[in-house]
Write a protein that binds this ligand. Structure first.
Ligand SMILES: NC(=O)c1ccc[n+]([C@@H]2O[C@H](COP(=O)([O-])OP(=O)(O)OC[C@H]3O[C@@H](n4cnc5c(N)ncnc54)[C@H](OP(=O)(O)O)[C@@H]3O)[C@@H](O)[C@H]2O)c1
Length: 252
């Protein structure tokens, strides 16, 4: 039977790589983002290349209407979603305490409220039909204090770990995907200067996605692509205070 995946933030970067890899594996898709032309172009490409069905949802996930339109896709039991990828995200330029609080609210809505609502809808629907899978795109930033962005990602990591344990009984797996630096549009959009980030720290979106899906098959609730980031994330728990302070000072 054909499986269906809903991917948020499918127009670029990690979400785009998820949509392409899942279509390659035969999943029908529901793709969500704000830019209709990019969604339609991806849909046309996936339909002709992989012969899969693709539904396009143009939605701003920092708004109630955008979340509602996406939730409707997840609760439609006539076209059930087997895999939810909560990926859409962005970074706000500027340090918390200096930014506009209304912009911070929108960030909270996009990075916390939207995945919470989509997870809620997915869990309720999946539990009623024998199970399903959820991937929440968090970040290695979740492991250290690096401002509001890392706090949002830590929230998502924590909830994913709990949900994976709690809903195992109804056959629902939840993974927090925690990548390090990935070459996407993310840093440019967030006006981040990444010129000092060494080459070895950069990951490719398609490899990140393949690792995540492999880890999902293995039942891992936390996926950290690449050995180098696994080591860094492991060390993060034992970092000396001076180093934590230096890292924290660079966060937003
Ligand atoms: N790149 C990294 O180094 C990195 C590392 C760790 C974690 N992450 C996380 O990975 C996820 C994907 O980021 P990326 O690196 O792939 O960035 P990206 O290339 O900028 O892609 C972001 C995607 O999210 C969508 N999006 C942004 N704001 C949205 C909104 N308000 N409503 C709906 N869709 C929205 C964008 O589409 P539209 O503009 O068309 O809406 C785009 O498809 C994010 O959650 C990010 O926090 C990234």
């Amino acid at each position: 039977m054909t499986r269906r995946a809903l991917v948020t933030g499918a127009t670029s970067g990690i979400g785009n790589a998820f949509a392409k890899e899942l279509a390659r594996r035969g999943y029908d898709l529901v793709i969500v983002a704000r830019t209709t032309e990019r969604l339609e172009s991806l849909a046309t490409q996936m339909r002709s290349k992989h012969r899969v069905e693709v539904d396009v949802v143009t939605a701003d996930l920092s708004t109630t209407e955008g979340v509602r339109a996406t939730v409707n896709k997840l609760t439609d039991t006539t076209r059930p979603v087997d895999l939810l990828v909560n990926n859409a995200g962005a970074s706000l330029a500027g340090w918390f305490g200096t930014t506009d609080i209304n912009d911070e609210d929108r960030q909270l809505d996009l990075l916390v409220r939207a995945p919470m609502h989509l997870m809620d809808a997915a869990i309720k629907t999946m539990a009623g039909r024998g199970g399903g899978q959820i991937i929440n795109v968090s970040s290695v930033a979740a492991f250290t204090p690096r401002g509001v962005y890392s706090a949002h990602k830590a929230w998502l990591l924590n909830l994913s770990q709990w949900a994976d344990i709690h809903y195992a009984d109804v056959n629902i797996s939840v993974q927090a995907l925690c990548p390090g630096f990935v070459r996407t549009e993310f840093h440019q959009r967030g006006e981040m200067d990444v010129s000092g980030v060494p080459k070895w720290m950069w990951l490719k979106a398609d490899k990140v996605v393949k690792t995540s899906l492999k880890d999902l098959d293995k039942g891992k609730s936390v996926s950290i692509p690449s050995v180098r980031y696994k080591v860094l994330a492991g060390l993060a728990r034992y970092l000396p205070k001076g180093l934590v302070t230096r890292i924290a000072k660079r966060g937003r």
